[in-house]
Design a protein around this ligand. Structure first.
Ligand code: FES
Length: 167
C-alpha cells in the first residue's frame, strides 16, 4: 500500500529541511567564534626569559621583573609581574610576591624586626625565606613558587605552582 504525501506535509518537510540547513549555517560559525580561545593553544606554560643573568643571583632575595602576553578571550595585553629570586645552594628559587592572606604584595626584609623574612604590610603577615607562612600571622599558606630555568645564561621564569620547598 503506497503512502501518499499531501501537499501540506511536503511543504512542512521542505520548510523544516531548509530551516535546519539555515540554522546550522548560522550556528556553526557562531559556535566556533564563541569557543575560539578554547581551541587556540595558549602561551601559558612557556618559559619567559628575564634580563637577569643566573650567575648574578645571590642568596638574598631580589626582585626580578618578567613580561608576558595575557589573553583574556580576544583581548591581548602585555603584563609585567615580578618574582622574589634567590639561590639556595645550586638551586634557584623564585617566589610569588602575592600574599596568601588577601593578595597584597610582600617585601623581603620589609619589617625591621624580622630582616630575614618576607613581610606583608597590609596586615603584618610574615613568611620565612622559603615562603613558609609564619604561624600566628594572618597568611594561612606558603607563598607560591615559579618554575625556573636558564637560557643562554639568563634566568627564565615559568608557571606559578604551589610551594614545594615547605614541608
Ligand atoms: S594581605 Fe598580606 S597579611 Fe593580609
Amino acid at each position: 500500500m503506497s503512502q501518499r504525501v499531501t501537499r501540506r506535509q511536503f511543504l512542512n518537510y521542505s520548510l523544516m529541511g531548509v530551516g535546519s540547513f539555515m540554522a546550522a549555517g548560522i550556528a556553526m560559525p557562531l559556535g566556533r567564534f564563541a569557543l575560539d580561545p578554547v581551541f587556540k593553544g595558549g602561551a601559558a606554560g612557556n618559559m619567559i626569559t628575564t634580563s637577569v643573568k643566573t650567575s648574578e643571583i645571590t642568596q638574598v632575595p631580589s626582585k626580578v621583573d618578567f613580561k608576558f602576553e595575557q589573553k583574556d578571550g580576544w583581548y591581548t595585553s602585555e603584563v609585567t609581574e615580578f618574582a622574589w629570586v634567590y639561590k639556595e645552594g645550586d638551586n634557584i628559587v623564585a617566589l610569588s610576591p602575592t600574599c596568601k592572606h588577601l593578595g597584597c604584595t610582600v617585601n623581603w626584609a620589609g619589617d625591621d624586626s624580622h630582616p630575614d623574612q618576607f613581610f606583608c604590610p597590609c596586615h603584618n603577615g610574615r613568611y620565612k625565606k622559603n615562603g613558609k607562612n609564619i604561624p600566628g600571622t594572618p597568611p594561612l599558606a606558603p607563598l607560591d613558587q615559579y618554575k625556573v630555568g636558564e637560557k643562554g645564561g639568563m634566568l627564565t621564569i615559568g608557571k606559578k605552582h604551589p610551594n614545594e620547598l615547605v614541608k
